[in-house]
Ligand binder design. Structure first.
Ligand code: PAF
Length: 289
């Protein structure tokens, strides 16, 4: 007996079609999870999809390389794009719908609105990537309002982004639960990132030193080393391992990213460093008490 091939994972390109499909699921009483991505998927993205499929009846993944979050001289033109492969991976992971709009669909002519979160965005990534967070918060606000999902999933690897988006959704009363998903790492500790594929073999061998630097800094702080001294040692270790430069390596309060003097509340050590032409970011939790 001939077996029917399963329907391929649908890809929609317009906000109207996305809303139509989601409305049908809502009418059936289904819960919905949203997984925003810029494509070039790796196991970290698939962990977001997995978290969504576990908690929701239907999962919508988005693929959109958002030009507004790349600064002048950043890697927008070389950012990896491989939609067909990404869609297959999302399908295997149980995604029910892919939303992959064009730039014109997301930012039609005379688009004039920017969403900006103050206070959480000026330091760390914000200090080194002017305008980056405005691009992120603008596109994520649009995606959240377009889908109106019950939950939306973001990786802890971009920890500052997660904190900013959580605050933004709360401040704007967007009816969605923002869910953070732990970072997925290679066996040697390197956090998975679409940008890892820019690394040459020699740089790839050095790259896990960023995670080691964070881990050693967190351990030193827990053992009682003063925070400023531990941060300085961490930066020195990352440079000594072969990184070209360190944009920041800093211990901050986990909920508002403020600098702290002692770990009397949950904290996070966050870092960004350059290895040749590639900029890597990572972070690690510092438990308190
Ligand atoms: O983390 C990302 O991949 C992007 O910043 C996001 C959240 C998809 C917005 O473009």
């Amino acid at each position: 007996m001939a077996t029917m091939a399963p329907d391929p994972l649908p890809i929609v390109r317009t906000v109207a079609e996305l809303r139509r499909r989601i409305r049908t699921w809502r009418d059936e009483g289904r819960s919905i999870g949203l997984v925003p991505t810029m494509g070039a998927l790796h196991a970290g993205h698939l962990a977001l999809v997995e978290a969504s499929t576990r908690a929701n009846d239907r999962t919508v993944a988005t693929i959109f390389v958002n030009p507004k979050q790349f600064g002048a001289g950043e890697d927008l033109s070389r950012y990896p794009r491989r939609e067909a492969e990404d869609v297959k991976a999302m399908e295997r992971q149980g995604t029910n719908l892919v939303f992959a709009p064009t730039v014109d669909e997301m930012y039609p002519k005379r688009h004039a609105t920017t969403v900006s979160v103050t206070g959480l965005t000026e330091s760390l990534e914000g200090a080194h990537r002017p305008g980056h967070f405005n691009g992120v918060t603008t596109v994520v606000t649009k995606l959240l309002l377009q889908a109106l999902a019950d939950r939306a999933y973001f990786g802890e690897k971009d920890y500052q982004q997660l904190v900013v988006i959580t605050r933004m959704a709360r401040d704007l009363d967007i009816p969605v639960e923002i869910v953070g998903v732990p970072t997925v790492r290679e066996a040697d500790g390197l956090a998975l990132s679409s940008r890892n594929e820019y690394l040459t073999p020699a740089e790839r061998a050095i790259a896990p030193a960023l995670h080691r630097g964070l881990r050693d800094t967190a351990e030193a702080i827990i053992a009682g080393t003063p925070i400023r001294e531990a941060e300085e040692n961490g930066r020195a270790a990352v440079l000594a391992a072969g990184f070209t430069s360190v944009d920041y390596l800093a211990c901050r309060s986990a909920d508002d990213l403020e600098p702290i003097e002692t770990v009397n509340r949950p904290a996070r050590v966050l870092a960004a460093a350059r290895l040749g032409s590639t900029r890597l970011i990572d972070n690690i939790a510092v438990p308190c008490g």
